[in-house]
Write a protein that binds this ligand. Structure first.
Ligand SMILES: [Fe+2]
Ligand SMILES: [Fe+2]
Length: 164
């Protein structure tokens, strides 16, 4: 049986993943309103992935006889001053999530919870990917400095992200 400490920590992380999904949905509609459909699509794929992250943790708790306790999801921000600012915020958000996953892993070590450690190793690798993606887009946007045609080209490129 999974310990109460571990259950509480995983429930916290479920909430953070669901908030991430909410945040990216908010970013998606922000871009859709600016007719940046590629950026919007990219954010939708991201939002779906975050929900999958939440569900992986949710399923893990259920599988081990733990109790999933859903908490209120905070309202995400709705306005940003520029495209770069949106991606800066998503990069900062991912860095915060990485720290949170690392803390959760630390808890799994202290609790000697081996199944949770295996699950969380997947999340640790996933965060490397997430931070890399965010940094790459940010670098591209930084280089083009919001110039119209270049932004449109990047919009087209990001729109090609598949939902798998
Ligand atoms: Fe996530
Ligand atoms: Fe993420």
């Amino acid at each position: 049986m999974i310990s109460q400490t571990m259950q509480d920590a995983i429930n916290e992380q479920i909430n953070k993943e669901l908030f991430s999904s909410y945040l990216y949905l908010s970013m998606a509609t922000f871009f859709a309103n600016k007719n940046l459909t590629g950026f919007s699509k990219w954010m939708h794929v991201q939002a779906d992935e975050e929900r999958e992250h939440a569900m992986k943790l949710y399923q893990h708790l259920e599988d081990r006889g733990g109790r999933v306790l859903l908490k209120a999801i905070a309202a995400p921000k709705t306005e940003w001053t520029s495209n770069v600012e949106v991606f800066k915020e998503s990069a900062a958000h991912e860095a915060m999530i990485t720290a949170s996953i690392h803390a959760l892993y630390e808890t799994a070590l202290q609790e000697k919870d081996y199944p949770a450690q295996v699950l969380l190793q997947w999340f640790i690798s996933e965060q490397v990917e997430e931070e890399k993606n965010a940094a790459e887009i940010l670098a591209d946007l930084g280089l083009i400095e919001e110039r119209g045609t270049a932004v449109l080209m990047l919009d087209k490129q990001l729109g090609k992200r598949s939902d798998e």
